[in-house]
Every structure is written in C-alpha cells, then in structure tokens.
Design a protein around this ligand. Structure first.
Ligand code: ATP
Ligand code: MG
Length: 464
C-alpha cells in the first residue's frame, strides 16, 4: 500500500454481502491502487477485523474513488493471527491500509519464504514467494528489456538457497553461466555463501543423445537404430564430418538410409554430434542442484532444439521415477511457438505441450519465460498456475493474459503497462495474494547484461 493510500484510506468505508467480496467508497482525498492490502474493521469493534485486497478502483477527477475487493481471511481479536479459511459478511467497516506486520501474517500463513524484493508501493514490506508451489507450471512474461532474465535469476537463486528442488536451465544467451560467482557489489552475504555451496553445473553441450539428434524410432527404424547404437564400431571413431561418407562405404540399406537421414537433417557438422564428454542427460540423471545448459554457443539455432529435444525426451521417458525437476526455459518462444516452423520445432513443442499437460504429477514442472504470450502455444500457457508479469504495453497481449489467467484481477494486469524495469506482478499459487513487487538485487553475477551504446567523447572534451 502506498503512502498516499496508507495516509488516506482511513476515511474509506466498505460492505460485504457475501463474505467473499467487498465494495468500498473512499473520500475525495483518497488514492489507492488495485492490489493494495487492506484491513476491514467493523465500527466500534462490533465484529472481527478481516484482511482484504483491493482489486478494482474507479476514480474520476474531483469525484470519490470507489471499487471492490476480495476478503482474504479473518484476523484474530488481537490481530496477531490470520485464518485464511474463514471470512464473513459485514454491513459496514472502515478500510485501512494493511501495515507491514499485518501483511506478514498473510505471508506467514501461506509459508511464503523466498524473498524476491519488496512491495512496489511499500519498499519496507518484503515480497516473498511460496517455494512449495513451484510444483506447478509457471509462466513468466514481459516485453524485451523489462527485466525478466534478471528477475528470473533472483527467483532461481532463492530457490537454490531455500529448497532442494533441482533445476535445469535452458539458457539461450549465457545469462546464467556465472551463477556460482557472487555479485561484485559489496562483501559476500550468508545467502551468497549458501549459494556458492550448491552443486551448479554448466554444460557446454557436447551432447551425444544421438537418437534424438537424428530422430530415430527404435522400433520403426530398427536397423538404423541398431547401426546408430554401434556407430563407433561400424564406422570407427571418426570426425563427425566424415560420418556420412563412412556410412556410405558400408553400403548396406540401413547405412545408406541412415546417411541420408543425417544429411537431410544437416547434422554432420553440428557440435552436438561430436565429443566424448558426459552426455547432459547423464548429468541430469544425477540431479545436481542446478544444471545450466548454455545454448548460446551454437552456430545453428536448430542445435539448441536438438539439445532441448534430447533432454526433454529423456526426462519424459524417465517420468515414472517421479523425481522432481524444475525445467526453466528462458526465451521459451524459441521452443514452443504455436506456429513451429520446422519438424524439429514441432517435436520440441509437442513434448513441452505434453509435459505441460501431464508432467505435473510426475514432478516435471515448467518455468517458461517469454516476451509475448502469443508466441507460446496456448495449451502450454493454459496449464500454468503461476504468473509473473513484467512491463507489457501491448493491449492485445494483456487481453490474452487476462483470458488465460482469469484468477488475476484485470485492473492489476493493466498496471503492467506502466511498470518500470524490475517491477513485476506475481499471481497464482506461488504468492499468497496477487502482488506487485519491485525485484531485489541478484546475488550472483549476470552473464548477459545489456550491451551499452558506445558514445563519442563530447565535443571539446579531452580524451584520456
Ligand atoms: N531489477 C534490476 N536491477 C538492475 N538491473 C536490471 C534489473 N532488471 C533488469 N536489469 C538490467 O536491464 C537489462 C535488461 O534486463 P533483462 O535482460 O533481464 O531483460 P529481459 O526482459 O530478459 O529482456 P529480453 O526479453 O530482451 O531478454 C540487463 O542489462 C539487466 O542487467
Ligand atoms: Mg531475457
């Protein structure tokens, strides 16, 4: 709740006829915003006080603001406890901004333990997420430069510090490759030290998930699959670029068809094909705290898709093990666009659609970050229970989000058009109530901060 609100809501009155929602009217000098937490008190202590959230505010210059909100729970008589299971109707109550202590009751009641920043309107009130609710899919969006990747880093750091939930991060711009190094500002904190003790792996992706690379079906393409499994023996340990010619020398139907497949997919010169390093799927099998897949170094965009497919297919194949894993995909539109432009895109996207629909019960939880909701397949987005929304000015995008994330008050979504960098709306199970926050600082170094425009020295100034 902002200063203006906290100073002036005292004159506001509210009523609730159903014990779930309330209507309110302010006085001519009150201003407050959708998302503000308020305490509703019956006059003269005639009834219990309740905690509520303003969801909608209408206001015309010179008029009286009025609007509606939701009752979140019942406060105890001494207002030191909050019961989220109970709320009651009331004919009249005074409305006052909730202070830090009362807000804390809500966050405590929901076990929100991951500090991510502060309430945008009240820098003294910390904003926290509920770690337990990362067992759902999360959709994270905001236009370019809104601060998604930075903010995502803040949240992932906290998950690493406070939970034992392993994560794999598809990192297209090498943004997370320095996640083990403390941020250069100031001396290392306890949190930074805790983070530096986590098992964080960086994989340069000399991946050998060959079946995924050439998309062979072990049953349908049995002869080729067999050849692939024994590639080393059949064509020798040779340069990737030589694989096709050596296969053709074998002169068997399977070798010829396999060579054609490799050529058609143009995978011979891909770096994913080569190398004797441990396959990423094997690394993931050991469930390090975080596995950062640096996808930034590939010459061909299709190579990142191959890696994604190999990893996702492997995880899906082993889903019955029910080992929790948070699958974080930055720039998710490159992996699950509705209009996937190639068969490889389609394969990755369809796997993600499947994980979105059925992965939850197997412990495969997605966290997808993107610039535009329309660039992620709708059946993936509609499976997301958590939303993080950063600056987004496009009315069409906001309208789409409002349709998919019906649990977010539309007036709160609309605020995203005016967000500054680093400001975010969190809504859904992973936050006790929809919260507009200002993100806190990263604990570790960012890999891919913006590149500045080089400037010429001002005319007349001397260069050093
Ligand atoms: N909360 C913040 N505090 C300080 N710097 C920030 C913050 N958020 C973002 N930045 C900086 O702003 C720049 C852009 O942020 P970021 O890369 O996170 O945006 P993005 O939304 O991921 O953009 P894109 O969609 O283009 O990837 C980066 O240089 C980052 O360091
Ligand atoms: Mg980004």
């Amino acid at each position: 709740m902002n200063d203006v609100a906290s100073a002036s809501l005292a004159g506001a009155v509210a009523a609730s006829i159903d014990g779930r929602h309330f209507q309110f009217a302010g006085t001519s000098d009150v201003m407050f915003e959708p998302g503000g937490l308020v305490v509703l008190r019956a006059p003269g202590g005639a009834g219990p006080a309740q905690l509520g959230q303003v969801e909608d505010v209408r206001f015309e210059l010179g008029g009286v603001p009025h609007g509606s909100g939701r009752i979140l729970g019942l406060l105890s008589a001494d207002e030191r406890d909050l019961d989220l299971r109970v709320s009651v109707a009331f004919p009249s109550a005074a409305l006052q901004a909730a202070d830090a202590r009362t807000t804390e009751l809500l966050y405590r009641a929901q076990a929100a333990t991951l500090p991510i920043g502060s309430f945008l309107a009240s820098p003294d009130i910390p904003a926290r997420l509920v770690a337990q609710r990362f067992n759902r899919h999360t959709f994270w969006c905001g236009q370019s430069g809104s601060g998604k990747t930075y903010a995502l880093g803040v949240v992932l750091e906290q998950l690493l510090i406070h939970t034992a939930l392993p994560m794999v991060i598809f990192d297209p711009n090498a943004d997370f490759v320095q996640m083990r190094q403390s941020h250069p500002s100031g001396p290392a904190t306890d949190a930074q030290r805790a983070l530096s003790e986590r098992d964080i792996r960086f994989v340069d992706l000399s991946l050998r998930s060959k079946t995924a690379v050439v998309r062979l079906d072990p049953l349908q393409d049995r002869a080729e699959h067999n050849l692939l499994m024994h590639l080393g023996e059949s064509v020798g340990l040779i340069e990737p670029a030589m694989v096709v010619s050596r296969l053709l020398e074998l002169d068997t139907p399977a070798a010829r068809s396999f060579a054609a497949r490799i050529e058609n997919l143009r995978v011979t010169d891909w770096s994913v094909w080569a190398g004797k390093l441990q396959p990423v799927t094997d690394i993931l099998d050991t469930r390090p705290d975080a596995t950062v897949l640096d996808l930034g170094g590939f010459a061909s965009p299709e190579e990142s898709l191959v890696v994604a497919l190999a990893v996702l297919d492997d995880l899906w194949e082993k889903r019955a093990q029910r080992r929790p894993l948070l699958i974080v995909i930055d720039e998710a539109h490159n992996f699950c666009a509705p209009d996937a432009p190639s068969p490889l895109h389609v394969a990755v996207r369809d796997r993600l659609v499947q994980i979105a629909a059925e992965g939850r019960k197997f412990g495969l939880w997605l966290l997808l970050a993107t610039q535009r909701p329309s660039r992620v397949h709708p059946s993936i987005m509609s499976q997301c229970d958590n939303l993080a929304l950063m600056k987004m000015t496009s009315p069409a995008d906001l309208a789409q989000l409002a349709t998919v994330f019906g649990f977010v008050p539309p007036a709160m979504l609309a605020r995203a058009a005016r967000f500054k960098q680093g400001e975010a709306l969190f809504a859904g199970g992973f936050v006790p109530a929809p919260t507009v926050a200002s993100m806190g600082p990263r604990l570790t170094r960012e890999g891919g901060a913006d590149v500045g425009v080089p400037l010429r020295p001002a005319p007349g100034s001397r260069s050093e």
